[in-house]
Design a protein around this ligand. Structure first.
Ligand SMILES: *[C@@H]1O[C@H](CO)[C@@H](O)[C@H](O)[C@H]1NC(C)=O
Ligand SMILES: *[C@@H]1O[C@H](CO)[C@@H](O)[C@H](O)[C@H]1NC(C)=O
Ligand SMILES: *[C@@H]1O[C@H](CO)[C@@H](O)[C@H](O)[C@H]1NC(C)=O
Ligand SMILES: *[C@@H]1O[C@H](CO)[C@@H](O)[C@H](O)[C@H]1NC(C)=O
Ligand SMILES: *[C@@H]1O[C@H](CO)[C@@H](O)[C@H](O)[C@H]1NC(C)=O
Length: 779
């Protein structure tokens, strides 16, 4: 009878309905489980997970391989929901997080593309910390059974049409990688437990997951979708661009997980490629964690890719052997048994996957409780004032001032409460500000309309009913609204109906009649006109950039639920904008010159393809990567930089020729980076002075430019960035300590990483100052 009662309680408490009444799941606190070696805290994790897996029957093992793991009833071992989302805040887009009437939401930070524009690593980390606090709080109060969150999205934006640009930190692999490292560390790191001798037992606060691996960035374009797309990529581009942030995510971020993408790379679906998965992620980069497939991608391997005519059981065998530990979907759970029975899979391969999974759950404290100090986090830590302030702060830091003729911004009505006309489909924006992978209900909205209302009397006329702006019926009323006002603020741009997952753009223009609306308001309005744009990808607004009747333009990405007040603070000068574009804004005809499906970053002269990203495209731009104005003025000087970096070579470090033009080519052109110790550091100190009248943050961007004799090298490459705050008149010395190999290498056509000899340059910002540094090799 007693044992029946215990059993009854267990079964009851292992159904989802139980989580609403129970606090944090601590598996081994369950009296009936504590007797097993897998709950013995004196044993190492690898011994414990082996014990757990060894206790399961084959059926039980296979059942745990999908994202909704049912647990093992026979043992009283609970289930686990692996799939949770936290792209820019804890979201209920996955399976494990739910909200209730007391806590209906979590903080919605700006979309990643805007947060990236802040170029502030500590901001990125702080957001990761805030999100993991909310995740732990929800876990503590039983609203989230999960501790594994499938974020960040770190695909490099190769093409301006990509619908998921908003989810990413932009087009530069180094920025994307630094974002990944900071966000992952913010989410995962448990203070006081960073230096463990065994990384496979390092405690995790929550688990992050860098996705989508790899060379993805086509969603649905011109009849090609991500399920069918076969990215044809050179090894050179893989190394230099597509893999680069993932390597940083694993090696420097120590992420608990990577997710494979839907597409194929060079004919092989990524979830079936042992070279990409186990050999690279586990072998070369030494992942401490698990690899998950994107949802239903095993099914799409069979149905969409029809890979090698594989049956579902073949596909399961391939994915397991390639290194996929967890299937988001039900292919593993449905077909792994058949694969085993037909001799296509060894059970030991299943065991290996399960051990990778349970090791992460052990590190998360799911078995024993977390050593981190999170037990006190509760409902008041979700949507807390502190986190809502951080969300507003992230938007302020990211907002980019694109144009400011005659210093028309910040608005200043000399103490008078002004009357403003607010025009445009985003004037009263709510859900458009939060983008995709957001919470269904936000903590609260600060809309542009409300936020401007705090500083001004506001007249509102949307002009168009939505961003598609299909007719001009509202234009007259909008023009009328501007009459007699002190200024007009236009809120225009894109939203999820134009760019989203499964929705790539076909052009780079403002949709519908938006352009006409802006021009007619510009003609009608008497006071100053300020254009605020919401978008992720760049928009060709050349005509507005060149129109003197549109004196100010501000890009606000999708600024999150607190976005309205961040914009108002910038417009009224309570915050001096310091954000920089994390993407090149190309002219509209750029996309006519190359299909979205071409993966090359370098120009392809035979096909008249222009290059992609600031590293390889040297045509005209609407606004370049890194662009952004301020209300103050900054000057630079080079305080110190080395003139020469000398590498003393050993007998077996041979010179390698580089594809070069007929300029001055050094005798010993390059050394393969792998052959070098790479201990030489290049230290550069840049004097930064605020010579304007306003205080503000400023982003110092530092690029390296390879020697000019090399053919096919990037035009320049970002190797460092720092966001600093300077009061009016203040000077700071900003120091960068660069690794000679990492920051000055190139990847040649054969995918060797080479350190070239000759004259490199370090260039600050848009070339305001630079330092030339000679690299020499001698025996
Ligand atoms: C606003 O303008 C007035 C008058 O020109 C000036 O005295 C004041 O300093 C300005 N305020 C700001 C914040 O720039
Ligand atoms: C702004 O949007 C909110 C919520 O969608 C709505 O309740 C309100 O009426 C709108 N305001 C105006 C002036 O249209
Ligand atoms: C705005 O004014 C210019 C010059 O007067 C005119 O060419 C243009 O058609 C006007 N645009 C709109 C949309 O009214
Ligand atoms: C060498 O380079 C110069 C300048 O780039 C060019 O004008 C010349 O034709 C080149 N000569 C050869 C032999 O390629
Ligand atoms: C960077 O972000 C952090 C966290 O929000 C903030 O405290 C700091 O002031 C920011 N730095 C600059 C220069 O804006």
């Amino acid at each position: 009878m007693a044992s029946f009662q215990v059993l009854f309680a267990l079964v009851f408490c292992h159904t989802l309905s139980c989580y609403g009444v129970q606090a944090e799941t601590i598996v081994c606190e369950d009296i009936s489980l504590s007797k097993f070696p897998f709950c013995d805290q004196t044993l190492p994790y690898n011994v414990r997970v082996k014990d757990l897996v060894d206790r399961m029957t084959l059926d039980e093992k296979i059942a745990q391989l999908g994202d909704s793991a049912p647990g093992v009833k026979r043992l009283g071992f609970p289930g686990y929901e692996w799939w949770s989302e936290a792209l820019h805040g804890v979201s209920d887009a996955g399976r494990a997080v739910r909200f209730d009437s007391v806590t209906p939401s979590a903080t919605s930070f700006p979309t990643v593309i805007l947060t990236a524009a802040a170029f502030n690593e500590s901001l990125w980390k702080s957001i990761g910390v805030a999100i993991s606090n909310e995740a732990r709080a929800l876990h503590n109060v039983g609203l989230s059974s999960g501790l594994t969150f499938w974020a960040p999205n770190i695909n490099v934006v190769r093409d301006p049409r990509w619908g998921r640009t908003m989810e990413t930190p932009g087009e530069d692999p180094f920025v994307v990688g630094r974002y990944a490292v900071n966000y992952v560390r913010g989410m995962q790191d448990v203070e006081g437990f960073l230096d463990t001798s065994d990384p496979n037992s390092r405690p995790l606060k929550i688990g992050a997951c860098c996705k989508h691996y790899t060379a993805y960035d086509v969603d649905h374009w011109n009849g090609v979708d991500k399920y069918h797309f076969d990215a044809r990529v050179t090894e050179r581009d893989m190394m230099e661009t597509f893999m680069y942030p993932f390597e940083m995510c694993v090696k420097e971020g120590d992420a608990a997980s990577l997710m494979s993408s839907y597409n194929s790379v060079n004919g092989i679906p990524t979830c079936a490629d042992p070279m990409l998965l186990s050999q690279t992620i586990r072998g070369l980069w030494a992942l401490h964690g698990y690899i998950v497939s994107d949802c239903e991608s095993l099914k799409e391997m069979v149905i969409a890719h029809n890979y090698l005519n594989n049956t579902p059981a073949d596909a399961v065998a391939r994915a397991l052997k390639a290194g996929i530990d967890l299937d988001c979907g039900s292919y593993y759970t449905s077909y792994a048994m058949e694969a085993v029975k037909k001799g296509k899979v060894k059970v030991v391969e299943i065991d290996k996957a399960l051990k990778n999974l349970y090791l992460v759950l052990m590190r998360l404290g799911w078995f024993d409780g977390s050593p981190g100090n999170y037990a006190a986090l509760g409902r008041s830590d979700v949507c807390s004032t502190q986190n809502l302030e951080l969300a507003a702060e992230a938007a302020r830091q990211g907002i980019v001032l694109l144009k400011n003729d005659h210093d028309i911004l910040p608005l200043n009505f000399s103490g008078k409460r002004p009357t403003l006309a607010v025009v445009g489909p985003h004037g009263n924006a709510t859900s458009a500000m939060v983008g995709n992978y957001a919470v269904k209900i936000v903590c609260r909205y600060s809309t542009p309309l409300n936020a401007l209302g705090a500083y001004a009397i506001v007249k509102y006329a949307p002009g168009c009913s939505d961003v598609k702006c299909r007719d001009i019926n509202g234009f007259a009323a909008a023009a009328e609204a501007t009459k007699g006002t002190d200024a007009t603020i236009l809120f225009m741009g894109l939203d999820l109906s134009i760019e989203d997952e499964a929705l790539d753009r076909l052009d780079l223009k403002l949709p519908g009649y938006q352009d006409t609306l802006i021009n007619s308001i510009a003609n009608a309005s008497t006071g100053p006109l300020i254009l605020v744009l919401f978008s992720a990808g760049g928009i060709d607004i050349s005509n507005l950039k060149n129109n003197p009747k549109v004196p100010a333009i501000v890009w606000a990405g999708y600024p999150g639920a607190e976005g309205g007040r961040a914009i108002a603070d910038v417009l009224f000068g309570y915050y001096n904008p310091g954000g920089r574009l994390p993407l090149t804004w190309y002219p509209a005809d750029y996309v006519n010159h190359l299909p979205m499906t071409s993966m090359q970053l370098r120009p392809v002269p035979e096909m008249n393809y222009p290059g992609r990203t600031y590293k390889f495209y040297n045509g005209a731009t609407v606004y370049p990567f890194g662009y952004g104005l301020s209300y103050t003025k900054i000057t630079y000087t080079i305080t110190s930089a080395p003139k020469l970096v000398l590498y003393q070579l050993g007998r077996f470090q041979l010179c390698k020729p580089i594809d070069s033009s007929n300029g001055t080519v050094p005798e010993c052109q390059a050394i393969v980076v792998e052959d070098l110790e790479c201990e030489e550091m290049v230290n550069i100190v840049i004097g930064v002075t605020n010579v304007g009248i306003r205080d503000g943050a400023h982003v110092v961007l530092l690029y390296s430019v390879p020697p000019s004799y090399i053919v096919g090298a990037p035009i320049k490459r970002l190797v460092g960035f720092q966001r600093v705050y300077l009061r009016s008149g203040e000077s700071l010395q900003v120091e960068f300590n660069l690794n000679g190999c990492k920051s000055f290498s190139i990847v040649d056509a054969d995918a060797y990483e080479l350190l070239p000899a000759g004259e490199h340059s370090l260039v600050v910002g848009d070339g305001e100052v630079s330092a030339k540094i000679s690299f020499m090799f001698s025996y």
